[in-house]
Design a protein around this ligand. Structure first.
Ligand code: XBP
Ligand code: MG
Length: 253
């Protein structure tokens, strides 16, 4: 039985990555660091998951000669980036990607549990949920985020933590991801993965996902199919997910 849907956040629930990039740039400027991350460079840096890890990677790769002194400043830079990200998100809006709200509502109405498994920091998720589900104290049953996992994606830790907190077997859930590292993480945790490609994962290989689409789709705005399972009408509905999942379990038996 399909008992839970587990969502990645950045690039999957919402197109947040460029706000993260801008948040980093504002933090660099505020701290007098002459660094500027372009969208092209950021796409490259995104291969390292987690903002803190990404920052350390950038320092080691581009400022190796002063790396030790700069790495000490990482927590300060990242805290400031999180603050600027929050300000940017609040002023510019942070809307959900197509089909996300519909699918979340279908799941809640039909008793399928909802979880988040992300490398992003907890305040960023709380803000995203507050802005998009006002008045709803807990739209998701389980949140597994950021430094709660010993190792970030592509390690399975954060998806495994979400599954553990849901108290289910991974075969009873479906994961939603936008990145190659995220797909690897969910697969390693034993979850089937549906990929929705995002702005910053256009060049990623989505191998391993049982289906890859441009987004979840809406009845009046069907998605573009990329590979694997095809969704009726170009829309990922809970009913269609249940059908796929039942067939998947029969195939595995
Ligand atoms: C994507 C990430 C995140 C964000 C930044 O996470 O790698 O690190 O870019 O967030 P996911 P922080 O797709 O798993 O949601 O700076 O708070 O780490
Ligand atoms: Mg993502």
């Amino acid at each position: 039985m399909l008992r839970a849907l587990i969502f990645d956040v950045d690039g999957t629930l919402a197109e947040t990555e460029d706000l993260h990039r801008q948040g980093f740039n504002r933090a660099f400027q505020a701290l007098g660091l002459p660094w500027q991350w372009s969208p092209e460079l950021y796409a490259e840096l995104l291969k390292v998951m987690g903002g803190k890890e990404r920052l350390v990677h950038y320092i080691e790769r581009f400022h190796a000669e002063e790396a030790e002194a700069l790495k000490v400043r990482m927590p300060e830079i990242h805290d400031l980036k999180t603050r600027f990200y929050g300000e940017l998100a609040q002023s510019g809006g942070l809307s959900l990607r197509p089909g996300v709200r519909r699918l979340v509502e279908e799941a809640r109405a039909q008793g399928v549990r909802l979880a988040v498994a992300t490398t992003t920091s907890r305040p960023n998720i709380d803000l995203l949920l507050r802005l998009n589900f006002p008045g709803d104290a807990q739209p998701f049953d389980v949140i597994a985020a950021g430094d709660e996992a010993a190792q970030k994606k592509p390690a399975p830790d954060i998806f495994a933590l979400a599954v553990h907190r849901l108290g289910i077997d991974p075969s009873e859930a479906i994961a939603f991801e936008d990145s190659a590292a995220g797909i690897r993480s969910a697969l390693a945790a034993g979850l089937p993965v549906l990929a929705t490609r995002s702005r910053y994962t256009q060049s990623h290989r989505l191998d391993g996902a049982f289906s890859a689409v441009s987004d979840l789709g809406e009845p009046d705005a069907p998605h573009q199919h990329l590979q694997g399972h095809v969704w009726p009408g170009g829309v990922v509905t809970l009913e269609a997910l249940r059908d796929w999942h039942a067939g998947h379990l029969r195939g595995a038996a």
